[in-house]
Design a protein around this ligand. Sequence first.
Ligand SMILES: Nc1nc2c(ncn2[C@@H]2O[C@H](COP(=O)(O)OP(=O)(O)OP(=O)(O)O)[C@@H](O)[C@H]2O)c(=O)[nH]1
Ligand SMILES: [Mg+2]
Length: 358
Amino acid sequence: MGQDNLKTNTILIDVIPQRMTPKQSLERLVELEELTNTYGGIVVVKKYQRRLHPHPKTFIGPGKVEELAVEGPAVGAKLLIINDRLKPRQMYELGERLGKVGMHVWDRMDLILKIFGKHANNAEAKLEIELASISHMGPRIYGMGMELSRQGGGIGTLGQGETNTEIMKRHLKERERTVKEKLKTYQTTRNLQRANRTRKGLKTVAIVGYTNAGKTTLLNALTGRKEYAANELFATLDTRVGSLYLPNKHSTVLVSDTIGFIRDLPPELIQAFASTLSEAVHADLLLHVVDASDKNAKKHMEVVEDVLGKIGADKIPRIVVWNKADRLKRRLAASKLSVSAATGAGIPELVDRIERTV
Ligand SMILES: Nc1nc2c(ncn2[C@@H]2O[C@H](COP(=O)(O)OP(=O)(O)OP(=O)(O)O)[C@@H](O)[C@H]2O)c(=O)[nH]1
Ligand SMILES: [Mg+2]
């Protein structure tokens, strides 16, 4: 996409089941729109199409593709994002058709990878993203080779297409191996650090939650660190650790922050970020931060629970922290631990709860 001050006009589209109401379908696009904004795009049109099954060749129906080929240029759209995972073939066909009218086509995973790519600021996160990109783009490249050779026609072009595909395939496989090897060394370091902490009897608390819930701000509030917190999705991609002194126990616990969760966090990403996420998996206590001012808070909590299950962290004791209480007009039920990581309200109560739990 363009320079910072040049936002890319973007169309979002979703394929939805017959029964879904227009309201529900637009809700599904809310997260995609937030992700698009985080990347630096501006959504000019949101659409959905009802289909029993995605179209095998183009995901959305051919009629819709033609509609977009007219509407896109009319609204100055340079990018189409589909709220799902596309097959290489579908991506190829769509890119071919809409490329003719000056539009790029991304699926949800492409968008997430682009955002991650922008935020990766340490070597480990960069490698993790590269690994996820390889597993995402690999099949697409092989698929494209197939398409190219099929369309190439003549015997010469066919052979050429295959050769190039083979070369790319081998190159990707080699790169994948190297990246995995490098990531392993990070994992080993983490394991050693963890073993060290256990030996010293240091407990760890991991902050988890939906992206933008205020995890980093809470880490900063608890530990006095000054990490980058921002009103954007996936501001944090690595794990930062700070220490928190527990006054009654006269002891210190380590608190770590981690990457935010979203709906359908692609499995490749969970796998690629295994090393970073391992801090949460091995923690003694999880702080599940919820943005209490977000009307989708309940849904976001379910998403977080789901991801915790997938990474094998669902058995760890946890405290639900209702954050951004300063934004609420009414007080939350007394049973809910409400804090404002931004103003510091409720933080002493939270420390007390941590102290009684670990
Ligand atoms: N009003 C208010 N804003 C908050 C509070 N906590 C965090 N924020 C804001 O919410 C936004 C997201 O905060 P972060 O701490 O970056 O959230 P995060 O969960 O770490 O987000 P990612 O790393 O992107 O997943 C920032 O603009 C914060 O300033 C709070 O208690 N009150
Ligand atoms: Mg963060």
